[in-house]
Design a protein around this ligand. Sequence first.
Ligand SMILES: Cc1ncc(COP(=O)(O)O)c(C=O)c1O
Length: 326
Amino acid sequence: MDYAENILGTIGNTPLVKMNKLVEDLPCLVLAKYETFNPGNSVKDRMALQMIEDAEADGRLKPGGTIIEGTSGNTGMGLALAAIVKGYKCIFVISDKQSKEKMDILRAVGAEVVVCPTDVEPTDPRSYYSVSKRLGEETPNSWYVNQYDNPSNAKAHYQSTGPEIWKQTDGKVTHFVVGVGTGGTVSGVGKYLKEQNPNVKVWGIDTYGSVFKKYHETGVFDENEIYPYVTEGIGEDILPENVDFSIIDGFTKVTDKDAAVYTQKLAKDEGMFLGNSAGAAIKGVLQLKEHFKPDDVVVVLFHDHGSRYVGKMFNDDWMREMGYID
Ligand SMILES: Cc1ncc(COP(=O)(O)O)c(C=O)c1O
């Protein structure tokens, strides 16, 4: 018999899928690392489990404890699945711009969800960074995960996602392209791939309203770059410790409109029903066209599943209201 001991045993070993119609103008092979095959439907299951196991190992997370995190949904899902199997409680703090589906999904897996305003400074006591920290201090026997600065986040991708991509491409990967939020995925995968072959180029996808691209290019944390945006999952108004700027060769920014339109195109042109950051990622790959040669093997990682966006990017009324389609 061939079965997993529990649902956590199904995390990782996701497929790599060739992209066709959407990338027909590119000279190279484009392969999608398709992370929705994880049990929580996102790449974040990998780092959620790693963060919990490392916290258990050094005593930060104790039996019967409460896991507290500020999460846009996917990390929460991963943490919740592991918490169910391992017997912990979860409280998640989420910003009000996140889709209702994401909040409902977290409640469905037993988490308590606290919703905070998006348009406040990170230092504001109402911000989701501040509220998660405060709950971490006030709740007995709790552990505040802090995916932004928790090194187990990038470590998960260094130990699993990176090696999988290297093996699946038979070491032929030349470029890795991925949306950047906490930075765990880009830093962990990028570090592993560059250790195997220092010529691999690592590109981060950023959004307008986020500080990453300018900081990478100039070393300046420019507050004028920060304003509210619609794209979910990528871009930040802080510099998470998990973003290792030294392994990133460059960032390209994708507009909210393009990210939304390309989220629809992935579904309609490739049969890939994926989340909003996947739309941003594939549009970013197209924007980088001039960097690719015929023999290149470009791997783009798609973080999460389209079901979490049915009220937004997959709702044409919403798309029209936003001015993204006619
Ligand atoms: C949908 C989605 N895309 C992209 C990202 C960015 O990944 P990372 O945090 O590893 O940089 C996240 C992280 O929250 C996400 O939820």
